[in-house]
Design a protein around this ligand. Structure first.
Ligand SMILES: [Zn+2]
Length: 479
């Protein structure tokens, strides 16, 4: 019992020291952020390869400086992956894997930037620069928080492993392979990902606990060997374009539900707690509609709100449709073939490989005997979820509330983060996504910005998260 008390007191003293370190080093951390934002780590741009590497080396350099062990740049088919570990908390303490990315989107169009994208501009306690929010600002916050524990308190209450990639903005291709090849470098009880945003610009934090997956396919419907004269054969043969459109239209019923048998079998229903959390989101349907410029929201799957449908329910969408004649004037043909690309966004616990087969079989089964149909899988990705009542979500929420003075909101994201699904699928490692960028922060657009008050409070939130995580056993943090 006494050892438990000691641990509690030790944790509190450690936290005080780490927070004191943050205060003393606030300016130094801002300077680090400024330095890092000046590196032009555009992963999509082959002429900036050296800059991307320089960003990886910058990260590795700071990790080494603060006393993280085994810091390494791992070569991949693309840009390097940076890892490192500080395991000084011992085997009885949980181990956390920290993931961020150090690459950024291309800055074009350049003439829309008030200042050049890699020359940070400061105004009203906001920094404007490419990568300020997505994701270099957040990576710096994690390094500052780690430094506060390692340098300010002489050690962290959890073991820390770092996993930083430079290919997130171009699809994270090397990541899956790296996870398969180096599970020992990623061994942890929970992964914390910071590459998302806050609930608003008024210091309301957010925890993202679910991500959708995807199944992306292409279908081609063939009729005759070549295009036919529609005056001659129209009414005789089936038109492949008509058939394709009919088939695709039948994929969603009048209730907005996908008609493929078995499609919903593994869909995890929203819990009452989740629906209550959705209802609390400060999300303005009308404002969002205005922003995207559509005349009205669709009816979608009945029984769910727009926000629920966009993040916690599966979808079917045609992504492209072509065939026949689309040039100038008229050409009276029955096309020989027509094709479409389509995708379904998937939710936990749908299995994208199973869904791919179901979609393929279904399309083949509904095609009339007057055409031949070919269905091809383009790519797939798994959905991911860390339940709301997972201890990692609860503990991180306490830390966020302590740092920002407000309880976080919880949501699922409609998109995917490849690394989260890959860690779950390959290592059974769950992730909690705590993001600090502004939801309006011009990610991927000119004049990307990041509130500096989020940076300051966010670093403190990370420091406090490690303290909360350190108060439980590894098994408890695993959930
Ligand atoms: Zn990002």
């Amino acid at each position: 019992m006494s050892s438990q008390t000691d641990t509690g007191a030790g944790l509190r003293a450690g936290l005080d020291n780490a927070l004191a370190h943050l205060r003393t080093n606030a300016d130094a951390h801002m300077q680090r952020l400024d330095d890092f934002l000046r590196i032009e780590s555009v992963s999509a741009d082959p002429t900036r390869r050296d800059e991307v590497r320089r960003a990886a080396e910058w990260v590795a350099g700071w990790l080494r400086e603060m006393g993280v062990d085994d810091v390494a740049l791992h070569e991949t088919t693309s840009h390097p992956i940076v890892t490192g570990a500080w395991l000084g908390a011992g085997a009885d303490a949980p181990t956390v894997l920290v993931y961020c990315h150090y690459d950024v989107q291309p800055p074009d169009p350049l003439d829309e930037w008030v200042r050049p994208p890699f020359e940070p501009r400061y105004e009203n306690d906001i920094v404007y620069a490419r990568g300020a929010g997505d994701d270099k600002g957040q990576l710096v916050m994690h390094l500052a928080a780690a430094e506060a524990w390692l340098r300010g308190a002489g050690g962290a209450p959890v073991n820390l492993r770092f996993f930083f990639e430079g290919d997130e903005e171009v699809g994270s291709e090397p990541v899956e392979r790296f996870i398969a090849d180096h599970p020992e470098l990623l061994e942890a009880d929970l992964c914390v990902v910071s590459d998302s945003d806050m609930a608003d610009d008024d210091s309301t934090p957010a925890v993202t606990y679910g991500l959708r997956g995807i199944a992306y396919l292409e279908v081609k419907v063939r009729g005759s060997q070549q295009d036919l004269h529609s005056g001659q054969y129209g009414g005789g043969v089936d038109n492949p374009a008509n058939v394709l459109v009919d088939m695709l239209a039948s994929m969603v019923d009048d209730e907005g539900r996908v008609t493929v048998p078995g499609f919903y079998d593994r869909v995890r229903d929203l819990t009452d707690d989740e629906r209550a959390a959705y209802a609390e989101q400060p999300w303005d349907e009308a404002a969002e509609l205005d922003r995207i410029g559509a005349p009205a929201w669709g009816e979608g799957e009945r029984g769910y709100t727009v926000l629920e449908r966009m993040s916690a329910r599966p979808t079917f969408d045609i992504n492209g449709l072509w065939g026949g004649y689309s040039g100038e004037g008229a050409k009276t043909i029955i096309p020989a073939w027509a094709a479409a690309k389509f995708s379904t966004r998937l939710v936990p616990d749908q299995d994208y490989r199973e869904i791919e087969s179901l979609l393929k079989e279904h399309l083949e089964s509904i095609a009339p005997p007057t055409v031949r149909v070919e269905v091809r899988v383009i790519h797939g990705g798994a959905p991911a979820i860390t339940p709301l009542d997972h201890p990692g979500v609860k503990l991180a929420s306490e830390a966020l509330e302590a740092a920002f003075g407000k309880a976080p909101l919880f949501h699922r994201s409609g998109g995917s983060v490849p690394v989260v699904a890959a860690l779950d699928a390959q290592l059974g490692l769950k992730s909690v996504l705590i993001g600090f960028a502004s939801p309006n922060g011009n990610f991927h657009a000119p004049n990307e910005w990041m509130p500096l008050w989020n940076v300051r409070d966010g670093i403190e939130a990370i420091v406090r998260t490690w303290e909360r995580f350190g108060s439980v056993s590894p098994a408890d943090l695993r959930g």
